[in-house]
Design a protein around this ligand. Structure first.
Ligand SMILES: [Fe+2]
Ligand SMILES: [Fe+2]
Length: 220
């Protein structure tokens, strides 16, 4: 526990100690105690589930199986509305400038931001895809693969390097305030709990693709 705390805070053990009781004492209305990083990381969970839908579609194109065309459109719409226009905006407006100002992880931040821009172009193509003939399906598969290839490491790097380092550059008070601000933006953007809305949307796509039931993936 203490070694993890030291890792997160770069030795400033007090940061980790003070944060948790504050979150409990001043718990946020509506959402409970969702901290800044938990908020961003569970959004990554929704992103990962869309990537898994994309993987299933990639596989079906390989094997010549059919897939519901709306699974592509609905998945890419989640990416555009929840990830690109909301989650990534939070990173670009509230995290990246703080890291640049602190002169910390700047190369990583630059690479992440370049990937956001590149990802939006791929999503545009996925949304425009007709997938009606073999050539369209091949082009779609190419874009889905490129998207998964980039975003799996992208989100994993943010989860394990960028977000933990946030504790080193903001005070516990600023960290809490950021979480509050994220919640306000979320409610304003989606008219409610955007995370829950989009978690349900991705679950619906998983059901149409037959990958919702978790137990099917347990090795026997
Ligand atoms: Fe990102
Ligand atoms: Fe992210």
């Amino acid at each position: 526990m203490s070694s993890r705390r030291e890792f997160l805070t770069g030795g400033l053990v007090i940061t980790g100690v003070v944060m948790a009781p504050r979150a409990i004492a001043f718990g946020k209305a509506g959402k409970g105690d969702v901290s800044t990083n938990e908020d961003l990381m569970r959004e990554h969970g929704v992103l990962k589930r869309v990537l898994l839908c994309y993987d299933e579609i990639i596989h079906r194109i390989d094997t010549g199986e059919t897939f519901p065309p709306e699974s592509v459109r609905d998945g890419a719409t989640i990416i555009r509305n929840f990830i690109e226009q909301y989650h990534e905006k939070l990173e670009e407006q509230h995290l990246f400038p703080r890291f640049r100002k602190a002169n910390m992880l700047v190369d990583l931040v630059n690479a992440l931001e370049t990937q956001h821009t590149a990802g939006r172009k791929v999503t545009e193509r996925i949304l425009a895809s007709k997938g009606s003939d073999a050539d369209d399906k091949r082009a779609l598969q190419h874009d889905l693969k490129a998207f998964v290839r980039m975003y799996a490491p992208h989100e994993a790097r943010e989860d394990t390097v960028l977000f933990p380092a946030l504790h080193q550059i903001v005070s516990p008070h600023e960290y809490d305030a950021l979480g509050e601000e994220f919640e306000t933006i979320e409610r304003k953007t989606f008219g409610g709990d955007g995370f829950e809305m989009y978690r349900d949307k991705v679950a619906a796509i998983e059901k149409t693709l037959g990958i919702y039931d978790l137990a099917q993936f347990t090795p026997t």
